[in-house]
Ligand binder design. Structure first.
Ligand code: SAH
Ligand code: SF4
Length: 356
């Protein structure tokens, strides 16, 4: 695994060690000011400083290599290049309020190896820096500004792109803080999706710096052995510990707007039968207040799994609904450009050629 590139505020401190702290804030604000397109626009900084910065620190930490748009126009996927030339993906999707949700990556690849996920098959290359995470918002905002015919508003952010956000938690928190400080996106419009890294979930409960964003946990099975077959990082006594954590979370951070959501990717013949649905009901009830979001499996090349049938999905949902569990289904988007959940795996070469 290689290290993430230096963040611009650390780079700035190296270049100008004597500058007061508020400079960093001035700079961070400038990055998110729509009318500013480069260091020369930041007139609150001296001319000399601006010319050093122009040479030393790129205005944006990731540049576009290629953008694919779905036929329906409701999903766009970009391949971005970090400062060290490494590539990663980010997605812009229309949401049900006719605004945009961005699906951001937190790492390049992922070490967790969930068997149905294309990113997992890549292994982990490196963490993204907080700039590379935060700048996925800036990238998409510029994309929309260049297309005035499209709705301009990005209203939501979900950490459902490449990588496991909780193993890159410091950069994830820093990026979230930047958005909360410098964009109009509120904490309940940001969702961190995690495979369920229990020690980090535990830390969040007492972390004074944890921003009050939403958490979604990728559960995929109500039973430990079955879950381990598809999510190999499943810890011993995972469900018991997760149920306890969810109740603790409700006591510490939960409120009407902060419920835990369990994500459940439905895979035909693997985790979608009525017995599993009933076990899931029992598990959710042990957790106190939690919702379930079922995700029809998106096909991943080279993987033998297939999505549950429409009837299978409806039957599974019905078991939950009949037991008064709040259940939603994630709309599948962007499959034609491999931009749907679990399909991000860089099938595009640096020159933009599609190779898979
Ligand atoms: N690592 C985090 C976030 C990135 S994955 C996590 O696992 O939660 C985002 C979501 O996509 C997760 O719920 C994941 O389980 C789901 N996912 C992965 N592969 C998928 C696939 N092939 N089809 C549907 N959902 C998938
Ligand atoms: Fe990583 Fe999430 Fe994919 Fe699992 S589903 S391999 S945790 S990105």
């Amino acid at each position: 695994m290689t290290a993430a590139p230096l963040n611009r505020h650390d780079h700035f401190k190296k270049l100008f060690p004597k500058e007061p702290k508020f400079r960093i804030k001035q700079i961070e604000k400038a990055y998110f000011t729509q009318s500013m397109k480069g260091w020369d626009d930041v007139t609150t900084l001296g001319k000399e400083m601006r010319s050093v910065l122009t040479k030393e620190i790129p205005w944006i930490s990731c540049k576009s290599v290629s953008v694919l748009s779905s036929k329906t126009g409701d999903t766009h996927k970009a391949v971005l290049e970090g400062l060290d030339g490494e590539l990663f993906e980010t997605v812009l999707m229309a949401n049900n309020r006719d605004q945009w949700t961005i699906c951001v990556s937190s790492q390049i690849g992922c070490a967790m190896g969930c068997v149905f996920c294309a990113t997992g098959a890549m292994g982990l290359k490196r963490d993204l820096s907080s700039d590379e995470i935060a700048d996925q918002f800036r990238f998409w905002r510029q994309f929309l500004l260049d297309r005035p015919e499209l709705n301009q508003r990005i209203s939501n952010v979900v950490f459902m792109g490449m990588g496991e956000p909780l193993v890159n938690i410091e950069n994830v928190k820093a990026a979230i803080k930047t958005w909360l400080d410098y964009t109009d996106i509120g904490p309940t419009r940001i969702t961190v999706s995690t495979v369920g890294v229990l020690p980090v979930l535990q830390e969040i409960l007492t972390d004074p710096d944890w921003p009050a964003v939403r958490i979604a946990i990728s559960l995929h099975s109500p039973e430990e052995e079955s879950r381990r077959k598809i999510v190999p990082t499943t810890a011993p006594k995972f469900h018991e510990k997760l149920a306890r954590w969810t109740r603790d979370y409700q006591g510490v951070l939960g409120n009407r707007r902060h419920h835990i959501t369990f994500e459940y990717t439905l895979i035909a013949g693997v985790n979608d039968n009525a017995q599993e649905a009933k076990e899931l009901v029992k598990f959710v009830k042990r957790c106190g207040e939690a919702k379930v979001n079922v995700i029809p499996l998106n096909p991943v090349m080279g993987k033998e799994f297939s999505a549950s049938s429409r009837q299978g999905i409806e039957e599974f949902k019905k078991v939950l609904l009949d037991s008064n569990i709040d259940v939603t289904e994630r709309k599948t988007m962007g499959q034609d450009i491999a931009a749907a959940c679990g399909q991000l795996a860089l099938k595009i070469k640096k020159d933009g050629e599609v190779v898979g």
